[in-house]
Design a protein around this ligand. Structure first.
Ligand code: WT7
Length: 660
């Protein structure tokens, strides 16, 4: 079948080609064929306690054993392995050293300006211990929350693992977020400590991270934050407050190279990570120690089919869950070699990724569909200049991949020999939930295929009833799993209601609602259809439309704002904002640019609207609700269809069309 140009995101449902892994790949894979996968899935279904118990015992090292696998007494606040004691930094480092991997490379780091470093497992242990001791010396205690606002440098990984080692929770905030967003997260999490850098490199610019921390503190977070540790990265003159700010290198200079790992309970918090939802306020997703350790470990092992000599590279930022689970915890818990890259492809170096693959002979490569689509656009001549023959497995994450991009990835990057794992999951799920196991599943481009063993998914209608195959509906997970989020920091009620009580509960059974629409085809393959709530995905970055609207209305000129996503052939979606102005303000190009910048200042560069339409007519129902459906059609230049009889004033449509 030839590729149909129209076979893009809209039409993924029509895709029917099947791509089996090569015999060679399957033969060497951990899970070698579909039968084996089904056997595992059935074993998990039959006796899930035994299934999880076996893996928890064989894959995780415990300081003290647990007696209970799953405690569901206080559902949906499930507890996993509650009596167990462990430390995830021990599982990510020490145990490998005990098993003879001291000199194996744990981390390969490639810096943006061309500098690089590698760390063996024993060197990693030293760095993490020194960092842990440094944190202790300034008063960080078990349970404290440490915010990490850093570029993609090794110290970000050391900081995360050092927190875990001493039992502090980390809250990593992506370095692209603005000082306002940082402030909000510092205050919500009650962060007493911040680890940052003098700056970072992003594309061909320098970003001023420490300056953003200063602004966040100035704006109110100074009431909470006691100390700020600063890594010297870009060696820029920066302001240092002598009573509060410390240089990382000075703090660590004389620290001991050994730090005893804290004995943690299974359900002690490991980290909080903020993500967008359908309200204006980001939610602090809470993950705990044992369940997260097991799930990030096991999913990494299954999905990436890791072998001892693999050089594995995930291009995400540690500020996202993908970086947590698949740059840091999953790979290290498996004793793998993980690569961290400070840069991103940019106009001045479109071959940046391929250069890294060639230089380090990367074997497993995990990236986002948006990146693949932009590579496609700039042509295969660029990757074709590099030696990519080391690759044996490719992955994608974060958004649906259109079949055209999937095929390009397979042919041009994977030279037709690498299976592709399209992995569906979320910040909340802790690890991958739906993905082909590369040696066992025949892939269909655009489908994330099947749920992993132990994960039972289903598609339901709004009453919670299962729909027929090929019918679209809401994607749910029918049972708790070890890596699931435990709560929303400070808002357990919202956790319960929005994730576990979304549908009428049948037989008092809790099911998890992910927020995505999906369909299962007649062969049992799962097709994700996108968010069904007010969350949009721009270049795979998750943003709440309400968050952007709140940012807009916080500007003095804005009376009302409505934000919608518009389909974008590279970014998946782009942001279009409809804005009405306060009385004394006039529409102008200057104001539009000022509003765009205002959103950047309030949230961060990832939330910059592509287009702002100023109009004093926003379509509303008689009860005053903005009709987003109409705005979505307008934003994407489509005809307004469907019922518009609830519109309060139909003349706004003509007016809006003129203004758009
Ligand atoms: C949302 C979660 C998973 C880590 C990165 C994003 C979308 C994620 C896929 C995929 C289609 C996907 C969903 C999900 N999503 N992976 N393979 N195919 N959609 O984590 O920021 O928590 O976002 O990303 O809509 O709900 P996140």
């Amino acid at each position: 079948m030839t590729l149909n140009k129209k076979n893009s995101i809209n039409n993924i449902l029509e895709e029917s080609r099947i791509f089996p892994p090569s015999k060679e790949f399957s033969k060497n894979a951990l899970i070698k064929d579909f039968k084996e996968l089904i056997k595992l899935k059935e074993a998990a279904k039959k006796d899930s306690n035994k299934f999880w118990d076996d893996y928890a015992k064989s894959e995780i090292d415990w300081f003290e054993p647990y007696q209970t696998v799953l405690d569901d007494k206080n559902a949906p606040f499930f507890k996993w392995f509650p009596e167990g004691k462990l430390n995830i930094s021990y599982n990510c480092i020490d145990r490998h050293i005990k098993n003879g991997l001291s000199d194996k490379t744990a981390l390969i780091w490639q810096g943006e300006p061309g500098d690089d470093k590698t760390f063996t497992y024993s060197e990693l242990l030293e760095e993490v211990c020194k960092t842990a001791n440094g944190l202790k010396s300034i008063g960080v205690k078990k349970g404290d929350l440490v915010c990490i606002y850093m570029p993609m440098i090794p110290e970000a990984m050391f900081a995360m693992l050092a927190c875990a080692r001493i039992g502090a929770q980390h809250s990593v905030v992506f370095g692209g977020f603005s000082s306002e967003s940082l402030k909000e997260r510092l205050i919500d999490g009650n962060a007493k400590f911040v680890i940052t850098a003098d700056g970072g490199y992003r594309k061909d610019k320098e970003i001023e991270l420490k300056n953003a921390v200063d602004l966040a503190l100035e704006a109110g977070a100074n009431e909470i934050v006691e100390k700020v540790i600063v890594v010297q990265r870009i060696k820029k003159e920066i302001y240092m407050d002598s009573s509060r700010d410390l240089w990382w290198h000075e703090l660590l200079q004389n620290q001991d190279k050994w730090c005893e790992p804290e004995i943690m309970n299974s359900e002690d918090r490991l980290f909080v990570l903020y993500t967008s939802g359908s309200t204006g306020k980001p939610k602090g997703v809470v993950h705990t120690t044992a369940g997260y350790n097991l799930w990030s470990h096991l999913t990494f092992k299954w999905v990436f089919d890791i072998k001892k000599d693999d050089i594995y590279w995930c291009t995400a930022d540690v500020g996202w869950i993908t970086g947590h689970s698949y740059i840091v915890y999953g790979p290290l818990s498996n004793g793998a070699t993980t690569l961290m890259y400070e840069g991103v492809p940019r106009a001045s170096n479109l071959g940046a990724f391929w250069e890294v693959i060639q230089k380090y002979k990367v074997t497993i490569f995990y990236t986002a569909p948006t990146a693949i689509r932009s590579f496609m656009k700039s042509g295969r001549e660029i990757p074709d200049k590099y030696d990519l023959s080391s690759l044996r497995l490719l992955g994608t994450v974060g958004e649906p991949i259109n079949p055209e991009a999937w095929i390009w990835y397979k042919n041009v990057i994977g030279k037709d020999k690498c299976p592709i794992v399209d992995t569906w999951w979320q910040t909340e799920t802790g690890g991958i939930m739906v993905s082909p196991l590369p040696g066992a599943v025949n892939a269909k481009p655009g489908s994330a295929t099947f749920s992993l063993p132990g994960i039972e998914v289903s598609i339901v209608n709004k009453d919670g009833e299962e729909v027929n195959s090929n019918e679209g509906g809401y994607l749910i997970v029918k049972k708790p799993w070890p890596g699931m989020m435990r709560t929303i920091h400070g808002d357990p009620d919202r956790f319960k209601k929005s994730y576990w009580e979304f549908f009428p509960m049948k037989d008092k059974k809790y099911v998890y609602f992910a927020g995505d629409g999906a369909r299962i085809d007649s062969d049992g393959y799962l097709w994700i259809m996108g968010r069904v709530d007010d969350v949009i995905s721009v270049s795979g970055h998750r943003l709440g439309t309400m968050e952007i609207e709140s940012a807009l209305v916080s500007h003095e000129s804005v009376a009302e704002a409505a934000v919608v996503g518009r389909k974008d052939s590279i970014k998946g979606e782009s942001i279009v904002a409809f804005v009405s102005l306060e009385k004394n303000f006039q529409k102008s190009l200057n104001l539009i640019n000022e509003l765009k910048q205002h959103v950047v200042n309030e949230i961060g560069i990832i939330a910059k609207p592509e287009k702002i339409i100023i109009s004093d007519a926003l379509p509303k129902t008689r009860s005053g609700k903005i009709m987003r459906r109409i705005l979505r059609s307008l934003a994407s230049g489509q005809k307004i269809s469907g019922d518009i009889s609830t519109l309060e004033d139909s003349s706004v449509l003509e007016k809006l069309k003129e203004d758009s």
